[in-house]
Ligand binder design. Structure first.
Ligand code: PLP
Length: 445
């Protein structure tokens, strides 16, 4: 398949200054005075423009993007269809507030969400600005629809940084540290983490369910909120059967299954949604990130009979489903369909997993290679043990960065390096990125 990007900046990584370069360093100094210290960058290169899978920084370095701004620019940078759609919409009108005077693009996005999310039942959606806002609204809706308070989340979960979603998120450092107190009625149960727990999917589900029933009480549970593949928590793919068992339990117990597909959705894993790999049909799906190619947009999509229980005026927000973001989503979805980027994600995974598993053979610091499609990770450990090795992950990311490759770390223990390339990355670019990553790993042994 031809995924060549027509580009004016070239398809190749090219480092022309030490990184970060002088202009980036200057901007970084300027930033210290006016940007809150609470925001940090592991790799402070400042970007000037981008195309396909290449970011060009202010010093003229061409960087290979294996992060996609955390799974956002899945269709690549500077896609003509998106540029045109956004430009036309900006010229037509930028905002009315959907609750004041509505417009078609909002409806069209909801039609796409209804068609693409799993299950052929009637669905309705509400649109928001960020992933956290979507998760928060999904919980509001679930509590209202079930009349129950308790929300179940799992170990290593990440659901955002607002007060409620911090409560849902597992990792205290740095996301929650001293920001509490947090919203009540959130209960955390063990997840399925095959590399570390060795349990089958049904065994891990039985463990989680025993804790829900024994400690929380099934009759109190409004919803289980879960990432089908965990993102920030370390790209943890649950063992087969775990998600279907939890989903079946919610159905049997009058609770809702909310799939947080914000990172794993929109072709990232080789299908439209990660739950599609196991045929799970959630009651509610939250989406954001890859949905709108970089414009801020998030969705809550669920069974119409659940979503429509909300009283008139109960949902909304000034900007949610903004027309510019909405047309960006339509262009993004059209691009994913036309270029079959789900298949492309699967191909990226085939290439990357083969290379990284071969690398693992003689790299005792690689404990696990995992992921699905173009959601790819390596977990680093002390050789001969499963003790997390965050120093290795950090050194590898830093090595890649110095070579002009954007890779990011994640994981509760900070010992996972993840790749989220734009799905339009060419085979040559992918091979180049994997070669740099392999050299980074080899440099440590
Ligand atoms: C990023 C993310 C969120 C939060 O989205 P924001 O747009 O940053 O608020 C929620 N859930 C998952 C799974 C995510 O990856």
């Amino acid at each position: 398949m031809d995924t060549t990007v027509q580009t004016t900046i070239g398809n190749q990584r090219k480092v022309v200054t030490p990184l970060p370069g002088p202009k980036s360093t200057e901007l970084h100094a300027r930033r210290q005075k006016v940007v809150s210290a609470g925001l940090t960058n592991g790799f402070p290169v400042y970007i000037d423009r981008a195309e396909g899978a290449i970011l060009v920084d202010v010093d003229g370095n061409h960087l290979l993007d294996l992060g996609s701004g955390i799974a956002v620019t899945s269709i690549g940078h500077a896609v003509p269809a998106l540029i045109n759609a956004v430009s036309e919409q900006v010229a037509a009108f930028t905002h009315t507030c959907f609750m004041v005077t509505p417009y078609e693009a909002y409806i069209h996005v909801c039609e796409e969400l209804a068609a693409l999310t799993p299950g052929d039942h009637a669905k309705t959606s509400a649109l928001f600005n960020s992933g956290a806002e979507a998760v928060e609204n999904a919980v509001k809706i679930a509590r209202l629809a079930t009349g129950r308070p308790a929300v179940i989340v799992v170990d290593h979960a990440y659901h955002g940084r607002t007060n409620l979603t911090m409560a849902l998120t597992a990792k205290n450092m740095p996301y929650k540290d001293r920001f509490g107190p947090f919203a009540p009625e959130i209960y955390r149960v063990p997840t399925s983490y095959p590399y570390r727990d060795g349990l089958s999917g049904p065994e891990a589900a039985a463990r989680a369910i025993a804790e829900i029933e024994g400690s929380v009480g099934a009759h109190n549970v409004a919803a289980i909120v879960i990432e089908p593949i965990q993102g920030e928590g370390g790209f943890i793919v649950p063992a087969e059967g775990f998600l279907p068992a939890l989903s079946a339990w919610t159905t049997a117990n009058g609770a809702l299954f909310i799939a947080d597909e914000i990172q794993s959705g929109f072709c990232r894993t080789g299908k439209w949604f990660a739950v599609d790999h196991e045929g799970v049909i959630p009651d509610i799906v939250t989406t954001a990130k890859g949905l709108a190619g970089g414009m801020p947009l998030a969705g809550v999509t669920g069974r119409a009979e659940i979503m429509n229980q909300v009283h008139e005026g109960g949902l909304g927000g000034t900007y949610g489903g903004n027309p510019v973001a909405a047309v960006a989503a339509l262009a993004t979805i059209a691009t994913m369909r036309e270029q079959n980027l789900a298949a492309r994600a699967e191909h990226i995974g085939d290439v990357a997993f083969a290379a990284l598993r071969a690398l693992q053979q003689d790299s005792p610091i690689i404990g696990d290679v995992r992921g699905r499609g173009a959601m790819i990770a390596m977990e680093f450990v002390e050789p001969g043990t499963t003790t997390p090795n965050a120093a290795a992950a950090k050194a590898i990311v830093s090595y890649c960065n110095q070579q002009g490759v954007i890779a990011i770390s994640c994981g509760t223990y900070g010992n996972v390096v993840r790749l989220l390339p734009p799905l339009v990355i060419t085979d040559e670019q992918l091979a180049d990125g994997l070669e740099v990553l392999s050299a980074a790993v080899r440099s440590l042994r």
